[in-house]
Design a protein around this ligand. Sequence first.
Ligand code: CP
Length: 322
Amino acid sequence: MALYLYSNIKTSCYNTSIMKHVTSIKQFLDKDLLTKLLDRAAEFQAMPASEYPGALAHMTFATLFYEPSTRTRLSFETAVQNLGAHIVSTESAGQFSSSVKGETLEDTIRIVANYTQGIIIRHPENNSAERAAAVSEVPIINAGSGANEHPTQALLDLYTIVRRHGNVDGLEIALVGDLAYGRTVHSLIHLLGLYKVAKVYFVSPDSLRMPDEYLTVLDDSGIAYEVLDNYEGILPKLDVVYMTRIQKERFPSLEAYDAVKDSFIFTLKDAQMMKADASILHPLPRVNEIATDVDEDPRAQYFQQARNGLFLRMALLEWIYS
Ligand code: CP
């Protein structure tokens, strides 16, 4: 799919004639672009901080988060500053921005675009990033939109898998947990569809199955998959198990959440059934999905995964403004 580009807009703010919004992972279904981003992230990861380029020098970015975040927001804010830019923010946009007074998302974006060269936004609505991009005079970067998309998480997940396994081709990968509401797996599945993944297992309670539109991605790519309600029996053949949190905030009622919470708790015994070089991933935050004694197992890669996000986001920002 073509990159989501807007031309002729605010070209004076950085050294390009094309503005790049990042609203969807579907903009990144290009292996050459992905390789470029992953290679650059690896360069940043190997580079002393004193050698980071000032690719964003004299720019200012806004983080507008209408939902809580630790990793995405702080890694983006660090990435922006590592590349020489400043950050402005509102502590919790849903509580402390003028949205509380009834300002529309569109008006907020128009205003913030006056002060900045880029807006990093997380919002509970599925189409929020597209709404923002439609009115913004500066690049919009989607840091999570409802249950729909988390494109930069998918990029860092890919980066983590490639760093750990060398490639995605030939791997057997299980996505476990809340596959109905989990935006990270919804974005990741599009990237997996680009590669010759050996098999994908969708493991969830019946009520939290991966929606058909994402299964279709694998159908179209000719990738084998299986829908399961537990991971008993598949652990020894997996290269990657990707655990996810049950997304309490997306459920229609507390009763509905209580019925499925703690459906999966990955134990050290589970980890030890996997190959020695397998990876246990999780976008985090975890609640109970992975027992804490798994953290010391060498297969546990979720904290490294979160760290990788900083460098991937630096590479992405540099690319947007190149
Ligand atoms: N993975 C992720 O999006 O984490 P945060 O919610 O802490 O940003």
